[in-house]
Write a protein of this length. Structure first.
Length: 233
């Protein structure tokens, strides 16, 4: 992972020791984590362990990159309460409580503050890459049109769609985005075609490969993705 384009630090963002934001010593990566799918139409479950996402996040942390996880992947940090360990698969063996709290102060930045400023930072192209981990999940900040009380200011669009439009306006290209599909079953081709077109063009990692469950009616108008576009584990 290489550093991206230079950019200014968002005014007001917390910094610790003096830090030259133009030097870009490491890549800045935003992990936008999804809530779990649920059968209850307007009540997605909370975050749960996703081993493809979590181990990727831990590995990039160990490489020393500047990572901002939104929402925070609490069980990966050493302050996760012991009494909740039983809720994790295998009681979190090999992955829970692996990340020291000191890592939340890295490269002169307070990651806790950056989590609260992620939209502003994104709009200023602070991040070099944005990761969208998912496995048939809901975007965690809005569930329109699933929930009828969604913000009318979005003009009928999901927050994910609005977010991608804002990222495009901020100069992000699909090559600065990745989709990590961590489901322990192959991703259905029909799911791929339901993704926003921007994410269809992004880097895509599939844990268990691609299942061709969809045949287009018009082959000349609706081509499937090239297999080389996907990275399988």
């Amino acid at each position: 992972v290489t550093a991206g384009q230079q950019g200014k630090l968002l005014e007001g963002a917390t910094r610790f020791p003096p830090f030259d934001s133009f030097s870009r010593p490491v890549a800045r990566i935003l992990f936008l984590n999804m809530y779990e799918r649920t059968h209850h139409a307007c009540a997605p479950d909370g975050l749960k362990a996703d081993y493809a996402r979590d181990t990727l996040f831990m590995g990039l942390k160990r490489l020393g990159l500047l990572l901002v996880d939104v929402p925070r992947l609490d069980w990966l940090y050493e302050d996760y309460p012991d009494e909740f360990m039983y809720l994790l698969y295998g009681r979190g063996f090999s992955y829970a409580k692996d990340i020291p709290l000191a890592s939340e102060y890295t490269h002169g930045f307070d990651i806790r503050v950056s989590r609260g400023q992620w939209r502003e930072l994104l709009s200023n192209h602070f991040f070099d890459h944005v990761v969208f981990p998912m496995n048939n999940m809901y975007f965690p900040y809005d569930w329109y049109p699933i929930c009828p009380d969604s913000d009318p200011a979005t003009d009928g669009k999901s927050l994910l769609s609005v977010l991608l439009e804002d990222m495009t306006a901020a100069g992000y290209s699909p090559k600065e985005m990745s989709v990590v599909y961590g489901e322990d079953r192959p991703m259905r081709l029909s799911f791929y075609w339901r993704l926003p077109s921007t994410l269809q063009q992004a880097h895509i990692f599939l844990r268990e490969g691609l299942l061709h469950d969809f045949e287009p009616e018009d082959e000349h108008l609706f081509h499937g993705p090239d297999t080389a576009h996907f990275l399988n584990q």
